[in-house]
Design a protein around this ligand. Sequence first.
Ligand code: DI6
Ligand code: FE
Length: 399
Amino acid sequence: MSILWRHARLATMDGARPWGWIEDGALLTEGERIAWVGADADLPATLTAAQEIDLQGALMTPGLIDAHTHLVYGGDRAAEFERRLQGASYEEIAKAGGGIRSTVTATRAASDDQLFVAAAKRAHALIAEGVTTIEIKSGYGLAEDHEARCLGVARRLGRELPVTVRTTSLAAHALPPEYAGRPDDYIDAACAWLPGQHARGLVDAVDAFCDTIGFTPAQTRRIFDTAKRLGLPVKLHAEQLSNQHGASLAAEYGALSCDHLEHLDAPGIDAMRAAGTVAMLLPGAYYFLRETRLPPIEALRAAGVPIAIATDHNPGSSPVLSLLLMLNMACTLFRMTPEEAFAGVTVHAARALGLSDRGRLAPGQRADLAVWDVGHPRELAYRFGVNPCRQRIFAGQTT
Ligand code: DI6
Ligand code: FE
């Protein structure tokens, strides 16, 4: 089925013009791909479509990509939020066995269906704002069967919801209680699970949390070596709470992205630039943990490192389910431009997932699109608490 969308303002995020802007644009989809994009006035006379839709000046953009989430988990951490408000720090709570580990307990206690229903609700909130691709990490099971269950739930979301799901194995997220005092034994176990997860088609990439309350660079390296042997790409929660030089380590393995990066230093930036690694900034976690140290945005920009933005949705450090709010926070908190922030949830987010078939409006790209009730895309970063998404097209189909 082919559809010709006419008289749209197009932010193609492609080419040299700011926003890849086309003021009075047309876009043809054929099946699940984009077949033609350009100025409405330049439409070839020979071009025909089964259906024609006049957008009357509405904005059309690529579907949004949330390239870092922890969407599958049981329970919530509202009580921990209250404790933090009374003065306890995120690290203190984690070191006392709360934090990630309390979500592990709740996740293990939940059935597959309970995990699916809760995660589907979260995914629908993202989808409603024009999101068409979501990355989902494991990391709240921390045992072979529970990690596989969580990855399986993520895969099921991708099958049953109108959204592409990319899965990431994050077994090296926290030390589970069974391995207290034996982090290296746990890393041995986590490395041993990966081939099976991979063989069952559960994993698209491998991640780790390299920090004082996570794992050491040496432990991270062992996870990465295992991923490399399996041909799986890696990414890293790096330099979030301290500088472990994780970004340089990840870049050595050609990481797709390094994520958080509040404590990233100049050698880390150089290594990322040389490796083509995306800087994934997560303003939701920065905000919710009341961090004061900004990621080195100016230096990343100067180095030409592509910057992506995501929700990092998780129950502890970023319980946010609005990628549009992250655009606003990327601008207000990180002083990014609205165009940089938007590239961060489209073209650069695609790159952070190793996907070259989405994130731009161009012939051959997937027809994952969003139509917005705004005159200019900068408005998507400007307002918050309102959802201007009028229509969403997933693989050529209106959803
Ligand atoms: N860093 C984060 O911000 C999340 N994971 C991580 O490694 C937090 C996960 C949580 O607190 O549940
Ligand atoms: Fe995260």
